[in-house]
Write a protein that binds this ligand. Structure first.
Ligand SMILES: [Zn+2]
Length: 309
């Protein structure tokens, strides 16, 4: 069985302006690293177009309309203080969503066993009706809705190991008992949400706030709590909101993970995925802003995905 890397032709056309940490070099670094993994079980695929009705389950129609009319003909426009769009963002945002839909279809059709979507812009800060923190559409949330609606799953787990809390994903699934959302993140920190008391209407949200300076060992101990929640929930499909900015070299946060830690957490999660959901896992890139750390960490993450095979 194979692991797919899904990319889009438009990720690099989403221009966020000079000096912005969330820029096209991130995808070049990731794909360059992944191309170095020599394994015949990797397949590279491009995103396909998807039915926009799944976007409309995730975001309000007004928000989608506001976003679609915001893209400038030239230059840059700010959707919030740090979320910037350019003419090329129009297609890049839809292709990022399309990548997770393509990945899910490939797993369901048994074309490959699991997948990593190396695309941008990221998505986990985007709420039902708000762009935020470099995120415009919430890619992983559309993926979860797609699993519920198209494939009629009843239990989807989203594991978010980005160093920032995925306030958008939490907002979208706060009262949806079919979706388990678990986030490990630096706290208190941007975006401010993600305290332990935020549990969702059906106890379907678990936040694991971690102080600045958290080490590998402390993080992996805390990750045991994530694994226990997966064991209790017994998901039919697992989605990763895969941010790599908890790395010790990341300029935007202060957790102390090494690249290898991303292998370990992925491997441990996959062991449970094999038990509960035939190893069905789709992962999508969120943050990660030190290019070397991002490259190494995504190689580790994908190496663990490949070991399912
Ligand atoms: Zn982040």
């Amino acid at each position: 069985m194979k692991t797919a890397i899904i990319t889009s032709d438009t990720s690099d056309k989403h221009n966020t302006g000079l000096g912005h940490p969330e820029n096209a070099d991130r995808i070049s670094a990731v794909t360059e690293g992944l191309r170095k993994i020599s394994n015949k079980n990797i397949i590279w695929k491009k995103n396909k177009v998807f039915d926009s009705k799944y976007l409309e389950i995730t975001h309000t129609k007004k928000y989608i309309n506001d976003v679609e009319t915001s893209f400038p003909k030239k230059g840059l426009i700010f959707l919030d203080g740090d979320t910037i769009v350019s003419p090329g963002s129009k297609k890049a945002t839809l292709d990022a969503v399309g990548s997770i839909v393509t990945a899910i279809d490939g797993v369901q059709n048994k074309e490959f066993h699991n997948a990593f979507c190396a695309v941008r812009p990221p998505g986990h800060h985007a709420e039902k009706n708000k762009a935020m923190g470099f995120c415009i559409y919430n890619n992983v949330a559309v993926g979860a809705h797609y699993l519920l609606e198209k494939y009629k799953f009843n239990k989807v787990a989203i594991i978010d190991f980005d160093v920032h809390h995925g306030n958008g994903t939490q907002d979208i699934f706060y009262d949806n008992k079919k979706v388990l959302y678990i986030s490990t993140h630096q706290y208190p920190y941007y975006p401010g949400s993600g305290g332990e008391k935020e549990k969702g209407k059906h106890n379907n949200i678990f936040n694991i706030p971690l102080p600045a300076g958290t080490t590998s060992e402390e993080y992996l101990n805390a990750y045991e709590f994530v694994l226990k929640r997966i064991e209790e929930f017994k998901p039919e499909f697992i989605l990763f909101s895969a941010g790599f900015d908890a790395h010790k070299d990341d300029p935007l946060a202060q957790l102390q993970l090494t690249s290898k830690d991303f292998y370990d957490l992925t491997k441990r999660t996959l062991n449970l995925a094999k038990l509960y959901c035939e190893g069905k896992v789709v992962s999508i890139l969120e943050g990660g802003y030190d290019l070397k750390a991002l490259q190494e960490s995504t190689e580790m993450h994908v190496s663990a995905l490949l070991e399912f095979n």
